[in-house]
Design a protein around this ligand. Sequence first.
Ligand SMILES: CCCCCCCCCCCCCC(=O)SCCNC(=O)CCNC(=O)[C@H](O)C(C)(C)COP(=O)(O)OP(=O)(O)OC[C@H]1O[C@@H](n2cnc3c(N)ncnc32)[C@H](O)[C@@H]1OP(=O)(O)O
Ligand SMILES: Nc1ncnc2c1ncn2[C@@H]1O[C@H](COP(=O)(O)OP(=O)(O)OP(=O)(O)O)[C@@H](O)[C@H]1O
Ligand SMILES: O=C(O)CCC(=O)C(=O)O
Ligand SMILES: [Fe+2]
Ligand SMILES: [Mg+2]
Length: 336
Amino acid sequence: QKMSRPSARLRVIINHLDRHSAGIVSFLNRKASFFIFIFQFGRYTLDNDLLTPEQRLFYEENGFLLIRNLVSTQDIDRFRKEFERICRQQIKVPGLVVMRDVAIAKSEFVPDQRAVSKVQDFQEDPELFRYCSLPKILKYVECFIGPNIMAMHTMLINKPPDAGKKTSRHPMHQDLHYFPFRPVDRIVCAWTAMETVNRQNGCLVVLPGSHKGTLQEHDYPEWEGGVNKMYHGVRDYDPEHPRVHLEMEKGDTVFFHPLLIHGSGMNQTPGFRKAISCHYASGDCYYIDVKGTTQENIEKEVKEIVARRHGVGDEVTFKDTWEIRGRLVQGERISM
Ligand SMILES: CCCCCCCCCCCCCC(=O)SCCNC(=O)CCNC(=O)[C@H](O)C(C)(C)COP(=O)(O)OP(=O)(O)OC[C@H]1O[C@@H](n2cnc3c(N)ncnc32)[C@H](O)[C@@H]1OP(=O)(O)O
Ligand SMILES: Nc1ncnc2c1ncn2[C@@H]1O[C@H](COP(=O)(O)OP(=O)(O)OP(=O)(O)O)[C@@H](O)[C@H]1O
Ligand SMILES: O=C(O)CCC(=O)C(=O)O
Ligand SMILES: [Fe+2]
Ligand SMILES: [Mg+2]
């Protein structure tokens, strides 16, 4: 039996201690810090030879890890070109969802005069999907979710200049709200800045440590200027919780836990702020039924959109919509 999993390692240590219980009290006293080490290093990250102890501890404590300059300029420029081809409708990608800001009427890409604020589900676009398979990214992803890696959700976010109603904001949320699969700790998001991302153009805002909490109730925020379709926010989050603005340069990549509360501020610049992201889950994850949970509302919305777009009925489940999108990028697809 390999001892790569923290839980297995912990069990061995506990068994060992049971057999030597005479010395346990003094052992515990002396080695309290050792135990803190084991528990903190065990839950959210896996044994690996990439992360430094400081980086591991940082993710355990904060729920995110920022790696500077991870994706090359050449790769990002290629993703940008491909995105422009999609916006100009020079190529058509099966399954791709194109989203426009609820308030935007003018466009930087001419064909239909409305700016694309986000494309989702680019798993059938080989050029964009290269992002999800980049070995540099997967090496980090493996530290959080293990060697069997599924790309579950892909996005290229093109946050438009705010049209004056603050609709370019993304409310504070936990990505797990959208996911009917578990376990939660074997899911991670990689989010890469495609250009300088700062407070002016609406960088990510995170609540460090919020990944240690539970999944909160999400709903549309009551924003005067309106809010984008499916942009649910955490109903009540503690406004006193410290916030961190993640200012990033082109190629910088943040990995974060699906319970981390995060959002992004409004884009107060004339440029479209670009980022590319992928949510990964372990191939050993399993689907859950969200009936009777806080996720019922998003299940309902997703099913309505799928029904409208594809003319199908109740036979397509929330689980199906994820099972169809998921792509294996490394190792084995066991139960996903
Ligand atoms: C299959 C989908 C699964 C998604 C799972 C999400 C997973 C996320 C997981 C990861 C965590 C990520 C967390 C996240 O990222 S959460 C955000 C995720 N967002 C989405 O997934 C939304 C995807 N977008 C769409 O499905 C379409 O673009 C919609 C349905 C919005 C428009 O559809 P379509 O392109 O066909 O447009 P239409 O021209 O026929 O207009 C139809 C109606 O819609 C109105 N309208 C247009 N734009 C917007 C807007 N932006 N906000 C509000 N309303 C809008 C429009 O005025 C019209 O209304 P009316 O005039 O009839 O009243
Ligand atoms: N009422 C609200 N409910 C949920 N999330 C909110 C609400 N108001 C703002 N947010 C979110 O809080 C985060 C920070 O946005 P906000 O525009 O308030 O500040 P900022 O742009 O980060 O900071 P600043 O404007 O001071 O530089 C964003 O994710 C935004 O969408
Ligand atoms: O790029 C952003 O503004 C954040 C988007 C986000 O958190 C999401 O789509 O889940
Ligand atoms: Fe998110
Ligand atoms: Mg602001």
